[in-house]
Each structure stands twice: as structure tokens, then as C-alpha cells.
Design a protein around this ligand. Structure first.
Ligand code: FE2
Ligand code: FE2
Length: 275
């Protein structure tokens, strides 16, 4: 029995600045047609839930209106950025924001099993953090790995682990930084995920590194112009369908939804300021 996950990401929803709600609603119509086993939002659910609780509430209502099973993972715009992200205009994650996110979206790390697979979702904003819950999340990873058995592991989190190699040394806000990346990968030991899926970059990309498939899910909302963000993959909005088969095989594909416009954040200076 195939398990189908529709990954939506970087929905950037808001009640007071609803620039990207139309795209979400149209993607939602396509999801209701497709009837995946799970809709998974891989973060930046809100435009600015880190500062405005009403964005969190509005985004939750929109997801509930899908009438489909949904799981959430937080992103930097929901929680604040990782504590080790340099020179970012967002203030970092703190316990109060995390509690607010938990109240609206439920657990920010979780795992579940389907035939042939264990699916693990992590709060990427806790990687490199000294919050008490960062240690709790690490303990949860150890438990997930310890009794994996013959199942294959699929990992979902907001930020990509790296561009092309786990050995990269740059400290950025775009990827999980080197020290927490090493720490995370060491936790997996011999039970390395065969599929690692993220959002955050607003581009679709599927690559292979050291035997692991890395898939970047694009945004349902907008893309970022080339003059401020390199083109790593495909800058188009949509969602990504992942299929997990009981025999351990898997596939991921970008789904373009007719009528959903690839908006550019450059055309919405009211969202985050002019760029
Ligand atoms: Fe985003
Ligand atoms: Fe992000």
C-alpha cells in the first residue's frame, strides 16, 4: 500500500497581509481532488507568526478548511530564526514563541510509521539552539533511531541540511549550520535517512548525496528573485508529492497547480519590506 504525502511549504499565510492566501486556497482545491494520505506543511506556515499570533490562528483555520489529515513543522517565520543564523533580520527562536506555535499547530517534532517506512519530522529551528526543548528533540531522535528495525527512514524539516555536501563550512541562515548538522547526522549513526525533505528556499530541487535523496519542496506562495538568491533548482510555486512504497522504494515530484501564479516577493514590499 503506497503512502502519499503532499508536501506544502512556505505558505506564508496571514490575516492582516493575506497576499498569498489565494494561492493556498487553489493548492488546497488540488489537494482535495488528489486526496493524499497526509498533507505536511514543512514550515514558514505564516507570514510572520513569530511576531503576530493572529497569523498563526489564521493559518490554522485555513489548513483545517482543507478537510484532510495535516501535520506541521515550524519555520523561521513561525518561530524566529535559529540561534546560530547570522545577520538575519528576524530575532531568534525563544521558548515563548515555541509555546505559541505548539498551541496552534501541535507537536513540532513527531514520527509515525507506515508500511516499510518511519517518517520523522523535526523542528529545524531548534538545531543549534540552547533551549531546553532542543535536548528533548535530540532524545526523541535517538529513540526513533534505536528501534527502526528494517524500516527505511524519511526525514522532514524546514531547512536544507546543505547545498551539495555535508562537509560545507559556511555559516548561513539558508542551511542547517555545520556544527548542528554534524551533531544531527551523528545522531542517526547507521540508521541514516534515505530521504531528507525540506522547504525554506522556495525552490524545488532533487539531488543525491552520499546515497541519500535530498528533496527541496517549493513554496505555495512566492519565489525570491535571482539578484538576492541563487538559482539552485526550479523557481516555481506548487507542492511536492512524495510516495513511499512498502518495499522501501520512493519517489518525489513537483506538482504544478493550474491557476496558481508564481508570485515574486519583490512585488510585495508590504510583506517583509522592499528588497
Ligand atoms: Fe519561506
Ligand atoms: Fe524559511
Amino acid at each position: 500500500m503506497t503512502f502519499r504525502i503532499a508536501q506544502i511549504s512556505d505558505t506564508h499565510l496571514s490575516d492582516t497581509k493575506p497576499f498569498f492566501v489565494d494561492n493556498f486556497v487553489r493548492v488546497g482545491e488540488a489537494l482535495r481532488e488528489s486526496k493524499p494520505d497526509l498533507v505536511l506543511n514543512s514550515g514558514d506556515i505564516t507570514l510572520d507568526g513569530a511576531s503576530r499570533e493572529s497569523d498563526l490562528a489564521a493559518a490554522r483555520v485555513l489548513h483545517d478548511s482543507l478537510g484532510l489529515p495535516v501535520r506541521f513543522l515550524p519555520g523561521n517565520h513561525d518561530l524566529g530564526d535559529s540561534q546560530d543564523a547570522p545577520g538575519h533580520h528576524e530575532s531568534p527562536i525563544n521558548a515563548e514563541r515555541q509555546a505559541r506555535n505548539l498551541a496552534h499547530f501541535g507537536p513540532d517534532w513527531w514520527s509515525f510509521d507506515v508500511p516499510g517506512w518511519r517518517v520523522l519530522g523535526l523542528n529545524a529551528q531548534l538545531l543549534g539552539s540552547d533551549l531546553a526543548s532542543a535536548a528533548l528533540q535530540e532524545a526523541a531522535i535517538a529513540e526513533v533511531v534505536s528501534d527502526l528495525g528494517p524500516s527505511r527512514l524519511a526525514l522532514f524539516l524546514h531547512k536544507p541540511l546543505f547545498d551539495s555536501s555535508a562537509d560545507e563550512s559556511e555559516i548561513t541562515g539558508r542551511f542547517v549550520n555545520p556544527a548542528p548538522r554534524r551533531r544531527l547526522l551523528a545522531k542517526f549513526g547507521n540508521a541514516m535517512p534515505v530521504l531528507i525533505v525540506c522547504g525554506h528556499v522556495h525552490q524545488y530541487r532533487a539531488t543525491e548525496s552520499a546515497g541519500v535523496r535530498h528533496v527541496w519542496g517549493t513554496s505555495t506562495a512566492f519565489v525570491i528573485p535571482d539578484r538576492i538568491q541563487p538559482c539552485y533548482g526550479i523557481k516555481e510555486v506548487g507542492y511536492v508529492e512524495h510516495t513511499l512504497e512498502p518495499d522501501g522504494s520512493h519517489d518525489s515530484r513537483l506538482v504544478r497547480v493550474p491557476g496558481v501564479a508564481t508570485l515574486s516577493i519583490a512585488d510585495f514590499p508590504e510583506a517583509y519590506g522592499p528588497i
